[in-house]
Design a protein around this ligand. Structure first.
Ligand code: GLY
Ligand code: MN
Ligand code: MN
Length: 436
């Protein structure tokens, strides 16, 4: 959905940022062994993908503003008939130029030889410092080769600069085609969550519900999840990053599902919570409606010019007031917020940026102040209340009620658009789906 000219525009923008006497260098991800000789599924490094759209391992992108033989050089794997019989096709150097718009491309095996000559005369090298130890070593060795020839009049780069802050600032602001791709990831995720609600019943195992989610993701072209899915019933709904997903779901449990599809490298990140038997109990409904009220209040705050922290501030107010109203906390609301009395029940932030990575890049503080939201930023809004049975002095009728509600939101010129607005969210919508 994102065409090659958009990647070209991104490379141009990055070259503008680093300036005419610089060079930018980024390595791809590597294949990683899982066990024995079996690999994890390959996933491209997100910065590399953002600049190239190229999803093969063993590649390096080099950008050199104003270089007369071409500004965009791709080092990548050579075509290899025998390997391709086993592993499938590779772009090779011809594909790098034709399909991926590289101005020049070379076999990755030539990187070590070619890199020193590309560094000559540059004032600064921009690259992801410390991301990849082997790559750090290769770059230092290339730099030393240039330095060794200083007497012959060559100039070696003077500065090594971390490329990630400028690149991540670009990644924070999503283009229309990125938002469309995120929307697709979210729409697939919606089908999974709805199917899970429809199929779930007491007596099933958590992994059986997980299987229903994955079924929808996979059959709609989202081969991978954006992160390990969380399917937690009963007391497991109170464990924030529960991923074992292997316990039997009981009548009377709440089921918390935090799962998002990855589509064309973009992540959805959605949480819904529902009663295993299809009807919220009075206590479950009270907590559910409180979390929902806090989430709607936070989404109300998500607009251009708002501080990143405005959402958390309103969530803390609504949740603390609600816990007092339910007699779970006692005291003055402002004092309770000041003392962080909510913390045993709500111990995380309002959300995070979302994009190629589920916890996407981009700073939350700029110039020592919290960032203000601006159009094109995509974020999650995900308050929760988790009443673990281990929290002292809470009446046991509230025990093991864990609720999180998480939506994905893009900031627009006027306010925001909830990209996941079609995923059932109110208690009555959820009960209606589960009744069918
Ligand atoms: N699924 C991880 C998160 O919600 O941040
Ligand atoms: Mn999540
Ligand atoms: Mn999240």
């Amino acid at each position: 959905m994102i065409n090659m000219t958009e990647y070209e525009k991104r490379r141009q923008e990055l070259m503008q940022k680093i300036g005419p006497h610089s060079i930018a260098i980024l390595p791809s991800a590597k294949e990683v062994l899982r066990n024995g000789d079996a690999f994890f599924p390959f996933r491209q490094q997100s910065d590399f993908y953002y600049l190239t759209g190229f999803a093969e391992p063993d590649a390096v992108v080099v950008l050199i503003p104003n270089r007369k033989e071409g500004e965009y050089i791709l080092f990548n794997r050579v075509r290899d008939k025998e390997r391709e019989i086993w592993d499938g096709p590779r772009a090779g150097q011809e594909g790098a130029n034709k399909e991926f718009l590289a101005h020049e491309s070379f076999p990755i095996s030539e990187l070590e030889n070619k890199l020193p000559e590309l560094l000559v005369g540059k004032e600064s090298i921009h690259y992801p410092l410390g991301l990849n130890r082997n790559f750090d070593d290769l770059l230092m060795a290339s730099l030393n080769k240039v330095r060794a020839k200083l007497r012959s009049g060559l100039q070696s780069p003077l500065a090594l600069i971390d490329i990630t802050p400028s690149l991540h600032e670009m990644r924070l602001f999503k283009s229309p085609s990125e938002i469309a791709t995120l929307q697709k990831a979210i729409d697939i995720t919606r089908l999974g969550h709805i199917r899970a609600m429809e199929v779930c019943e007491p007596g099933m195992n958590e992994y059986q519900v997980e299987a229903e989610l994955l079924h929808e993701f996979l059959r709609h072209g989202a081969k991978y999840c954006a992160y390990n899915p969380i399917v937690g019933a009963g007391r497991n709904s109170c464990i924030l990053h529960y991923i074992n997903n292997n316990q039997v779901i009981s009548d009377g449990d709440l089921v918390l599902i935090d799962a998002g599809a990855e589509y064309q490298h973009y992540a959805a990140d959605i949480t819904r919570t529902f009663p295993a038997n299809g009807r919220f109990s009075g206590e479950q409904r009270a907590i559910y409606d409180l979390v929902l009220a806090s989430q709607l209040a936070a989404i109300e705050k998500a607009k251009p010019g708002a501080l990143w922290t405005d959402m958390q501030t309103v969530i803390l107010k609504v949740i603390t007031q609600g816990l007092v109203d339910l007699n779970i906390l006692k005291g003055d609301v402002d004092n309770l917020i000041e003392q962080r009395a909510y913390f045993p029940f709500y111990m995380h932030n309002s959300g995070h940026w979302l994009g190629l990575d589920v916890h996407d890049v981009g700073r939350y503080r700029v110039d020592d102040k919290w960032r203000t939201l601006q159009p094109g930023i995509v974020l999650t809004v995900e308050p929760g209340i988790y009443i673990s049975q281990d929290i002292p002095k809470v009446d046991k009728r509230w025990h093991n009620i864990g609720v999180r509600i998480e939506d994905n939101v893009v900031i627009t010129d006027k306010g925001c658009d909830v990209l996941s607005k079609n995923i059932p969210k109110t208690a009555s919508e959820i009960e209606a789906i589960m009744a069918n």
